[in-house]
Design a protein around this ligand. Structure first.
Ligand SMILES: [Mn+2]
Length: 430
């Protein structure tokens, strides 16, 4: 049994106070689902097996380009971050892995592995960083990295990605995610084709260094930090990259990296159909890459994305194993609370999508019954699956109410005493 950061007796007491109400709610929902021909325990078991990775940078307070307002007890280094991630997993039982960001999380690999293993955690995809300059680096990324006009700058960016793979190998990761800030701010500043050619050339070098059992994820973003054009701007370009690189290359879909109102679930469907969906960065947004908590603005969109994923799961699409990760900026909340609720929201969307009557949906689609097809989805979405999620957590040692248990534990006050206040400089959006 791994060491738990929150007192397990406290979690047990918190759960005991809620258990009988939960059992009644679970039974009532079970009866309702039974009438729809859905065995509730099977849904609960699928929910219990669902996992989403925590980004190491998510446990620190985020910020905007205007300011950052750090909270108490912010993690000082990757080992504090692992501790905070352990809290999230202990109470939700949905986040067994951490996604590291290099160089922010650079540390002795053996120590990283040991710290995670002690908490029962493992490492998800590695993330490289060539969107800012780091102390001691020779060439600046001000005008780009993997697509830079200067060969030495590109070589430095490639080298950094190779180092990320090396660290990842040492700590048991199986994937590298590459997002670049490369692009232009003025029409004419950059030749679109030449920049993309240089990018592909750099990525081919990274791909060549990828271990046999690894996957390479490329992440597109429509704008920002470059405001006129970005080199990897949309899913079409992302798909071309994955096709050019080879069978270990896949597209990563960050929900915030599209224009408002873009039909993301349809992009997901296309990438599944052509075997190139690598995974997700979950978050929510109203205007752009807002990095808001998953499901707070548009839970229906999150559900519709999971509807595509569950449909693919049911069709047993070969090689279908998308990586799930949160990628958010917590500017006004306790990041641990935000990440716990976001993990719950992502799991909720998955559970709701499992309830879709696919036989009925197929029939309505064949009959062109638009209204009933939509209602079939809505019926699943409107079902309050809360008791299923809570029961899955309870049975796997988590908290029935993760935020209540966390607040009762006083964890934030405790770490605030141990960790000196961080300086409020720098942005937090990634
Ligand atoms: Mn992202």
């Amino acid at each position: 049994m791994s060491e738990q950061p929150i007192d397990t007796d406290l979690v047990a007491r918190e759960n005991a106070a809620r258990q009988s109400a939960l059992e009644r709610d679970y039974e009532a929902l079970g009866e309702q689902l039974d009438r729809r021909g859905i065995p509730i325990d099977a849904i609960r078991d699928k929910v219990a097996a669902f996992a989403v990775a925590i980004p190491s940078w998510g446990v620190g307070t985020g910020g905007t380009r205007f300011a950052r307002f750090p909270g108490p007890g912010e993690p000082r280094d990757i080992f504090d971050k692992i501790e905070d991630c352990a809290v999230i997993h202990q109470l939700t039982r949905a986040t067994p892995t951490i996604s590291l960001h290099i160089p922010w999380d650079r540390a002795e690999p053996a120590l990283l592995k040991e710290a995670a293993a002690r908490r029962g955690l493992a490492f998800d995809a590695m993330n490289s960083n060539t969107f800012q300059d780091h102390p001691g680096q020779h060439h600046s990324y001000k005008f780009g990295s993997l697509s830079h006009t200067d060969a030495a700058t590109r070589a430095q960016a490639v080298e950094h990605n190779l180092e990320c793979i090396e660290i990842g190998r040492a700590i048991g990761s199986k994937a590298l995610t590459v997002w670049i800030g490369d692009g232009s701010n003025f029409p004419g500043q950059s030749d679109f084709a030449r920049a993309f050619e240089r990018y592909l050339d750099s990525m081919k070098q990274i791909y060549a260094a990828l271990p046999e059992d690894w996957r390479l994820f490329t992440e597109h973003k429509i704008y920002e930090p470059a405001f006129y054009s970005t080199v990897v701007q949309d899913w079409g370009t992302n798909y071309l990259i994955a096709r050019e690189l080879g069978e270990k290359a896949f597209c990563l879909v960050d929900l915030g990296h599209h224009a408002p109102n873009v039909n993301i679930e349809m992009i997901v469907s296309r990438l599944i159909q052509f075997g190139k969906l690598g995974g997700f960065h979950f978050n929510d947004s109203k205007y752009g890459d807002d990095d808001l908590d998953a499901g707070v603005i548009d839970p229906y969109r999150l559900f519709l994305i999971f509807n595509e994923l569950v449909a693919a799961e049911r069709r047993a699409v070969p090689g279908f194993a998308p990586a799930h990760m949160l990628d958010q900026s917590h500017n006004v909340t306790d990041p641990i609370e935000s990440l716990m609720l976001s993990a719950v929201e992502v799991t909720r969307a998955y559970a709701q999508a499992l309830l879709v009557d696919r036989t009925a949906l197929d029939a309505f689609q064949e009959e062109n019954d638009a209204l009933m097809a939509s209602e079939t989805l809505k019926t699943a979405f409107r079902t309050d699956v809360g008791p299923v999620l809570a029961m899955a957590r309870l049975r796997s040692g988590g908290a029935v109410d993760p935020v209540a248990a966390y607040r009762a534990s006083g964890y934030r006050r405790k770490v605030a005493d141990e960790r000196p206040a961080a300086r409020g400089t720098g942005g937090g959006i990634v």
